[in-house]
Design a protein around this ligand. Structure first.
Ligand code: RBF
Length: 238
């Protein structure tokens, strides 16, 4: 009796083998199922469909515009490519070579005062200030970037000479390269911005050719649509 009972039960190694085989079959089935399922997409950064990455500058006529380009000596490879891009954009917008004035300053920190001197010279209608600040280990980057941005804003508002902000503020050289010599050169759009603002300034001051950018207050024709000056009030054309 004892012997029979022992015979009907499979020996321990055979039992273990049977379990292993069924586990393997289960794993194969699960693997097949996983492969058949649609793959999960890798996480990607999705760009905001409404974000503006490019501005249209078509029909720019900078024939009468006088543009100043101030660039820094810091980070020359990047800055020179940006300044060249800005200059080329001015030439493409019909600004004459004689009407493009170029100069250099040591670093980005010096851009606002140089821009102010140039603006006060009365020789230009707009300025492109070109530089590149690369974040280092200290707080210099933050101080300089903030001061240059607000400095250039003050200069353009105080002098009525628009200053295009052409200072890259990047975390590393790779980011700067992609925005200058090794990618889409941001200097080009800064140059076009300067031409557009130069023409707009001339229009505002009553210096522009008719039919360029029309703000509606610089020439007799368009100012008809404006509110009439009151009795004793002088009509002011900027
Ligand atoms: N000027 C730049 O145009 N880009 C820079 O990345 C930059 N980094 C600087 C980092 C340090 C620590 C210092 C002291 C200056 C840096 N400058 C830079 C120069 C600065 O704009 C300015 O020319 C000098 O501080 C002299 O006023």
């Amino acid at each position: 009796m004892r012997r029979n009972a022992t015979r009907s039960t499979p020996p321990a190694p055979r039992k273990a083998m049977a379990r292993l085989l069924s586990l393997a079959a289960l794993l194969c089935a699960a693997d097949g199922l996983l492969k058949a399922l649609p793959r999960r997409r890798a996480l990607t950064r999705v760009q905001d469909a409404n974000a503006v990455t490019e501005v249209s500058f078509k029909d720019l006529d900078g024939t009468s515009a006088r543009i100043g380009i101030i660039k820094t000596k810091w980070n020359p490879k990047i800055v020179n490519a940006l300044a060249d891009g800005a200059k080329q954009a001015c030439l493409d917008a019909k600004v004459s070579k004689e009407n493009i004035f170029e100069t250099q300053v040591p670093g980005a920190w010096e851009l606002p005062s140089a821009a102010r001197f140039l603006a006060l010279s009365g020789r230009v209608d707009a300025i492109v200030c070109v530089g590149c600040l690369i974040k280092g280990d200290t707080l210099h980057f933050e101080h300089i970037a903030e001061a240059v941005a607000s400095g250039l804003m003050s200069v353009q508002l105080q002098t009525s000479v628009p200053c295009a902000f052409g200072v890259l503020t990047v975390l590393n050289e790779d980011q700067a390269a992609k925005r200058s010599y090794a990618g889409e050169n941001h200097g080009e759009s800064w140059g076009k911005t300067a031409v557009e603002m130069a023409v707009l300034r001339q229009e505002a001051l009553g210096l522009a050719k008719k039919g360029t950018i029309n703000l509606g207050f610089s020439d007799e024709e368009s100012s008809k649509a404006m509110p009439k000056a009151g009795v004793g009030e002088k009509k002011v054309f900027f």
